[in-house]
Structures are given as structure tokens and as C-alpha cells.
Design a protein around this ligand. Structure first.
Ligand code: BYC
Length: 330
């Protein structure tokens, strides 16, 4: 996506107040920051962390859905699922490229994922137990991703913002294919509807956790908002997601597994919204720290894929070296 010449790593030896003020003024004026621009080390570090976590999530996110490719109920469903999973792989590639523009190498980022040093979204540490899980992932997980990622199209860092535009268009297709699966099941036989309800019961709360910890626990939230990396806080986006999703569940005739969910006209500055129950933050942190049901399996699958792909990397490197030699000789 970006040529080597565009990979920036301009180091500012001293971050004086004047430098930091001038940088913030550019952000406040909605100017995009580009790879070769000088930027505070903290801004660069925050972006590398977030973009890399995002890239890892896309790649690890292929695994729970990949589990159902051979068992999709029809050719049409299989084709759509394969296309979706390929899209997620593509998103990972754009995002690793965007991270590389900040002066880190893809090898380093992947090494951090495989050694468990880097995080990826908590949501992918839950198992996919039935075909209805595939519908629910498209509907809720991609739905939550869109809610989070549309504002990232206006992120202050140019390469990340531009990558997000295409990602969001594709996520929107993913969300619709998921909701369409849910429609077929929810308006199908009693057994199909029960399967849809069971999947919703298991995925609802983890989907709300995708938006990250409560604002009061969000270590990076305030600074990322000041730098216009984030445009909305974790809680604001979670509330928007709940408000958008409750009517969709009602249309399907499914029940969200939250007895405390109720309309409150005073929410959202008097426009109204849905109050929801307590999120199990202990579960969230347990999963984030590596102790979810599928954490070990996900990392093992990624490590195996990486090892089995070594010959492809070696062949590509050998080919590039040969091409360089030929070029030099001529
Ligand atoms: N899971 O200070 P905070 C997809 C971590 S993929 C794990 O609020 P921030 C899809 C956080 O990293 C969806 N960790 O952080 C793919 C931080 O830890 P560190 C992925 C989480 O960054 C395939 C700590 O908790 N989307 O769409 O300001 C199929 C404190 O949090 C989580 C993105 O990555 C979590 N859920 O805000 C289908 C979007 N939440 O780094 C779909 C881009 C928080 O200090 N990322 N943590 O060790 C973001 O927008 C932000 O990074 C977050 C968190 C809103 C996620």
C-alpha cells in the first residue's frame, strides 16, 4: 500500500512545548498527519498499538468463522462466508501496512502477536458452536466494528483513516449478510429460532465488551480523543450500538439476554435511549489477559499458520534477492 519511501520515522529529539502546541494546533484544525510529518513519540506509539491490535483482530477474527466454512448450509452461504473471511484477511493487510508507515516492521508486529505480547479483540476468544453463531457474528460483531470504525475514517492519522474507508464499506456487507442469516433462522422453524436465540444469548455481552472498558477505566481514551484518533469514547459508542441494535432484535422476535434493558427517555440528551445492565468486567479482563475459552487455541492456530507459511516467505525473499541481483548485473 505504501512504498518504502513513504515510511516515516522522523524522530524529534526534543518535544518542546512549542512543538507540542503546534502539533495540537494541526490536529485541532483537522489537518491529517502523514507518515513523514514530525509527530510526538506518544502519538506514534498510541497509533502503532491501536492499529496493530486492530490488524491482529482482523487476522485472528478469521478463525472463529473459518470453523464453519465446511459446514455452511448451502453453496450460497459458503461463498458469502468465504468472501467475508477473505475480506477480514485483506483488512489485516491494509492495517499492517498502515502501521508500517509509522516505522515498525510487520515481522515485529506479528512476533508480538505470536508471543502473546500484543492484544487482539476479546470477542475472538469465544467459540462458534452453531451456524447461528455465524449470523450473530456478522450482525453483532461486525455491527459493533462498524460503530467503532466509522468514526475512525476521520482519525487524524491519514493512512489509518483512509484504510478505514474501505474496511467500513466491506464491514457493512458483512453486517447485512449476518443479519440476513438471522432473519432466515428467526423466521424459520421453532428449532432454527431457538438456535438463533441461543447464539444471541452467548454473543450479546461479549459484543458490548468489544468497545473496551468503561470510560473511567480507559487508560488511553482521553489522550486519544485529544489527538482525534478517537472521536467518541468507549461508553458513547457502546450506547449507540445498543440503541441501534435493540430494534433489530425486536424485528427478529428475539430477546436480548438482559433483564435490565429498558427505554429511558432521559438518555442521549433527552433524545432517549436504552439503559442496559451491568457488564461483567471481570470476565472482560480475564479474556483480555489470555484466559478466555479460546485464547490458547487462537494463538496456537496462528502460530501453526505462521510456521506452515515459512516456505512462502522464504521463496518470496529468495525471488526478491534474485531480482535485485539481476537488476544490478544489468
Ligand atoms: N479486547 O484505554 P482503552 C473486526 C485494551 S476486529 C482486547 O480504552 P483504547 C472484525 C486496550 O487495548 C475489531 N483488549 O484502549 C474482524 C488497552 O490495553 P493496552 C477490532 C481491549 O485503545 C473479523 C486497555 O484495554 N477493532 O472488526 O483507547 C471479523 C485499555 O483500554 C479491548 C479495533 O481494534 C477489547 N475489546 O480503546 C469480524 C478497532 N478493549 O493496549 C469483525 C480499533 C480495550 O494499554 N481500536 N482493550 O495494553 C479501538 O478503537 C480501540 O483500541 C478500542 C480500545 C476502542 C478497542
Amino acid at each position: 500500500m505504501y512504498s518504502q519511501g513513504l515510511i516515516g520515522n522522523k524522530v524529534v529529539s526534543e518535544e518542546s512545548d512549542a512543538f507540542l502546541d503546534a502539533f495540537q494546533a494541526r490536529i485541532d484544525a483537522e489537518q491529517k498527519i502523514e507518515p513523514n510529518d514530525a509527530m510526538p513519540a506518544g502519538y506514534r506509539k498510541t497509533l502503532v498499538r491501536q492499529i496493530a491490535q486492530h490488524a491482529h483482530s482482523e487476522i485472528v477474527g478469521m478463525l472463529p468463522e473459518g470453523n464453519w466454512v465446511t459446514r455452511a448450509p448451502s453453496l450460497k452461504r459458503k461463498a458469502a462466508l468465504l468472501a467475508k473471511i477473505q475480506d477480514e484477511g485483506g483488512h489485516g493487510m491494509y492495517l499492517y501496512s498502515a502501521a508500517e508507515t509509522l516505522g515498525v516492521s510487520r515481522e515485529q508486529l506479528i512476533d508480538e502477536l505470536l508471543t502473546g505480547k500484543a492484544k487482539y479483540s476479546s470477542i475472538f476468544n469465544y467459540p462458534t458452536l452453531s451456524w447461528a453463531d455465524i449470523g450473530t457474528i456478522g450482525w453483532l460483531v461486525d455491527g459493533a466494528a462498524i460503530m467503532n470504525q466509522i468514526p475512525l475514517c476521520r482519525c487524524s492519522y491519514g493512512p489509518y483513516a483512509r484504510a478505514m474507508i474501505r474496511v467500513c464499506k466491506e464491514e457493512s456487507f458483512h453486517q447485512r449478510q449476518g443479519y440476513e442469516i438471522m432473519q432466515s433462522l428467526a423466521f424459520g422453524t421453532e428449532r432454527q429460532k431457538a438456535m438463533a436465540q441461543d447464539a444471541l444469548n452467548r454473543w450479546w455481552w461479549p459484543s458490548l465488551m468489544m468497545f473496551g472498558p468503561h470510560d473511567s477505566e480507559s487508560a488511553h481514551g482521553e489522550q486519544s480523543t485529544q489527538w482525534k484518533i478517537k472521536r467518541f469514547s468507549n461508553d458513547e459508542l457502546r450506547q449507540k450500538f445498543v440503541d441501534a441494535t435493540v430494534p433489530q432484535a425486536e424485528y427478529l422476535g428475539l430477546t436480548l439476554p438482559d433483564p435490565d434493558l429498558k427505554w429511558d427517555a432521559s438518555l442521549n440528551d433527552g433524545k432517549g435511549g436504552y439503559r442496559f445492565g451491568q457488564i461483567n468486567w471481570d470476565e472482560f479482563w480475564r479474556v483480555v489477559k489470555g484466559d478466555g475459552r479460546m485464547n490458547r487455541d487462537r494463538l496456537a492456530a496462528r502460530k501453526q499458520a505462521h510456521e506452515e507459511g515459512a516456505w512462502v516467505r522464504d521463496a518470496a525473499a529468495a525471488f526478491a534477492a534474485k531480482q535485485a541481483q539481476l537488476k544490478e548485473a544489468s
